[in-house]
Design a protein around this ligand. Structure first.
Ligand code: IPE
Ligand code: IPE
Ligand code: MG
Length: 230
């Protein structure tokens, strides 16, 4: 196993909450509740493993197409999770940040996100990045529009565009994990995933645990990253 390889950023597409619930005869929103427990386990495990950045895809720009009750349930969960866990996350010195078109979210949630990011901004341990109302295409378009507003003139380089992304200082994901057996990116980190390694597991997100994270990380360390070189 090559242990000198860098692993700065693990990104997870948390998928399969609905199917997890369905397989138990429960409403979909119960799957999302169970998914929060998996988030807590995973954040703890990432911290123990000393992973500097963990990003979680929580709500995509396409997820508004879901039934209203489910969307409301998910928004309720963000509120509940951030309000009730903030103290604990502060104790753990986890820095919380958010990526996405946040201004389109309900006003009180925007306020909670701002407060959470502000309260935890000095922490230097693991950074937990929650992607909410996030879409890779939207992020790139937002960056282009911000560039135009700022009066940037061409030619636009990768470095210029990078500066206008939601979290320009966050390194690209080294490893992207997707649960539930789906083999697609679903508009996650489009710009940043150019050279990411992928790991897929059939497990539904609510069943994901520390061992699954260890398996994914172990698999990552077995790989050879070539970046186009011979
Ligand atoms: C992932 O689980 C959570 C979100 C997208 C918010 P899903 O809700 O997509 O679960 P499945 O894919 O329908 O099983
Ligand atoms: C991707 O899951 C988005 C999140 C995990 C938040 P989806 O379940 O929405 O993706 P598709 O529809 O299967 O591609
Ligand atoms: Mg899904």
């Amino acid at each position: 196993m090559e242990t000198t390889k860098k692993l700065e950023h693990v990104a997870i597409i948390m998928d399969g909450n609905g199917r997890w619930a369905k397989s138990r005869g429960l409403p979909r929103v119960m799957g999302h509740h169970a998914g929060v427990k998996a988030v807590e386990r995973t954040v703890r495990a990432a911290k123990e493993l000393g992973i500097p950045y963990l990003s979680l895809y929580a709500f995509s720009t396409e997820n508004w197409k879901r039934p209203r009750g489910e969307v409301l349930g998910l928004m309720g969960l963000f509120r509940y999770y951030l309000r009730s866990k903030l103290e604990e996350l502060c104790k753990e010195e986890v820095r919380l940040r958010f990526a996405g078109e946040l201004t389109a979210l309900p006003e009180d949630i925007v306020a909670i996100l701002d407060e959470t990011a502000e309260k935890t901004k000095e922490f230097r341990g693991t950074q937990l990045i929650t992607c909410v109302n996030y879409g890779g295409r939207r992020e790139i378009l937002d960056a282009v529009n911000k560039m135009l507003t700022a009066g940037e003139t061409g030619p636009v380089t990768e470095e210029t565009l990078q500066k206008y992304l939601y979290l320009p200082d966050v390194p690209d994901p080294d490893l992207i994990i997707r649960t539930s057996g789906e083999l697609r990116l679903s508009n996650f980190w489009l710009w940043q995933s150019a050279y990411s390694e992928y790991y897929f597991t059939d497990k539904y997100w609510p069943d994901f645990d520390k061992q699954d994270l260890l398996d994914a990380v172990g698999d990552y360390y077995e790989r050879e990253r070539r970046y186009g070189k011979a």
